[in-house]
Design a protein around this ligand. Structure first.
Ligand code: GLN
Length: 483
């Protein structure tokens, strides 16, 4: 049962082959049995899951239908869940029970999805390896000595290990696409503003975006359908109709213009990954796509710009965690300053403290123009590069990451080495564009992802291309040994 995709589960439930309650029990037992190896969950919500599963079965018995009705999922632990711990992977919020549901959580619950639990993540979504979580590192089911990617590493490891078919995640600089690549999943970061950020604990508000992680493009379409849409509680949410993402999966790729940026194939890219990307290009050519070389000349400036803008926004967003209103409070503070200092010093881990300091520095008088303002200008240039490219092509294709998943601990002493791994993903966040990563093969037994980028609001196009690719390849069907 645990091998089924969301689409197969939807068919099985519709055909009354099993109930949501039966499936939920199987998956909860599987999580209890196997997750100790992976550490992909921070909280399990057994009671809620069984309650939601029974309610979904009752709705179906009453004639209701829907692809998510009775479908088991999990939420990255930065989506607020009413009455349930929402930790953001941090000691700071270990005792925080959200007083409301995030819009994404509420929408998926209304569609009948069953929440099995809250998944592990890098602390406050800062990281690319899921090693900065206060709840411990997550392991990659493809090789337990390697990282699953981050920051949505818990969602990715759990789905890749077939503990559940799909999960929510968020992407500020690659945190959906990069763990998808590292664990052989399909993950989609939607256009900025497509999915509500209300109740999603903020890391960098102008870059954060929620989206689906699943095994197939077809399943990402189903989950995104339940997540996307305008929300008046999020002032950056965009009031555009949500298309039927499943309806366009079957569209032909005949004549599709795919742009391949020449900057993507520079020295930093593992040549074995470059070869797999070339293979995926050939596969898409067979399906009718036309390839064109393009250029994104400002790509080289994207990492420094991102690592100024994201920490700047984080330093501002995280100022709310002061020991007074939310989360961890130190023992016996001497005065207010002592309360702030010790609560924050004890509650935040090293990487979060580093980012707060970098961000506060970049925003301070005297440095604002030199760093923050300059980074914003680069951001515009990065966006302009994409706009020019999309005048010539429909989709941009390249690697999701320059290297496969590294060994646990390998980059712990050198944060900049980890930042450099984000080179292919962060540009989409800077520009607000949608991006998808899908399985494209293996290097030393570790999965490799190919990334597709599209113009604003063309999530349907990304899912269509990925689905067609998946109809003609079987990388996405491979299962890690032992799971
Ligand atoms: N690795 C990037 C960072 O640490 C992206 C993280 C994310 O997308 N949440 O900022």
């Amino acid at each position: 049962m645990h091998q089924m995709t969301l689409a197969e589960i939807a068919r099985g439930l519709a055909d009354k082959k099993f109930s949501s309650e039966e499936l939920t029990k199987v998956l909860l037992a599987r999580i209890t049995q196997l997750d100790p190896q992976l550490n992909s969950f921070i909280s399990l919500t057994q009671e809620l899951a069984l309650e939601q599963a029974k309610a979904a079965d009752a709705r179906r018995a009453n004639g209701e239908s829907g692809a998510l009705l009775g479908a088991p999922i999990a939420h990255k632990d930065l989506f607020c869940t009413l009455g349930i711990r929402t930790s953001c992977g941090s000691k700071m919020l270990d005792n925080f029970k959200a007083p409301y549901d995030a819009t994404v959580v509420a929408k998926l619950a209304a569609a009948g999805a069953v929440t099995l639990g809250k998944t592990n993540m890098d602390e406050f979504a800062m990281g690319s390896a899921n090693e900065s979580s206060w709840y411990g590192a997550v392991k990659n089911p493809w090789n337990l000595e390697h990282v699953p990617g981050g920051s949505s590493g818990g969602s990715a490891a759990a789905v890749a290990a077939r503990l559940l078919p799909a999960a929510t995640a968020t992407d500020t600089g690659g945190s959906i696409r990069q763990p998808a690549a590292f664990t052989n999943l399909t993950g989609l970061k939607p256009t900025y503003g497509r999915v509500s950020r209300w109740g999603m604990i903020a890391y960098a508000s102008s870059l954060d975006q929620g989206g689906p992680l699943a095994r197939t493009a077809e399943d990402c379409a189903i989950l995104l359908q339940g997540m996307a849409g305008f929300d008046q509680n999020d002032s950056t949410s965009i009031d555009e109709p949500v298309p039927d993402y499943s309806a366009s999966l079957g569209d032909s790729l005949q004549g599709l213009r795919i742009g391949v940026p020449k900057e993507y194939f520079s020295a930093g890219l593992d040549p074995r990954i470059a070869e797999l990307i070339q293979n995926s290009i050939k596969e898409l050519q067979k399906l009718g796509a036309v390839i064109k070389e393009i250029s994104l000349p400002n790509m080289q400036h994207a990492i420094p710009a991102y690592y100024v803008i994201a920490p700047a926004e984080a330093s501002s967003n995280l100022s709310r965690f002061d020991g007074v209103r939310f989360g961890h409070r130190c023992e016996n503070p001497e005065n207010l300053i002592d309360l702030y200092k010790r609560s924050r010093g004890e509650g935040f881990g090293t990487e979060v403290q580093r980012r707060i300091m970098v961000g506060a520095y970049a925003l301070s008088a005297g440095y604002y123009d030199a760093y923050y303002l300059k980074a914003q200008k680069i951001r515009r240039l990065v966006k302009n590069d994409f706009m020019a490219a999309f005048n010539e092509v429909d989709i941009i294709l390249g690697p999701t990451t320059p290297n496969p998943a590294w060994k646990l601990g390998a980059k712990n002493s050198d944060p900049v080495a980890a930042y450099l791994e984000d080179v292919y993903t962060i540009t989409a966040n800077l520009a607000g564009l949608p991006g998808l990563s899908m399985p494209a093969g293996f290097v030393d037994g570790l999965p490799v992802g190919v990334q597709l980028l599209a113009p604003y609001f063309q999530e349907g196009r990304l899912l269509n291309v990925a689905h067609q690719y998946q109809l003609h390849t079987d990388w996405h069907t491979r299962t890690p040994l032992g799971f």
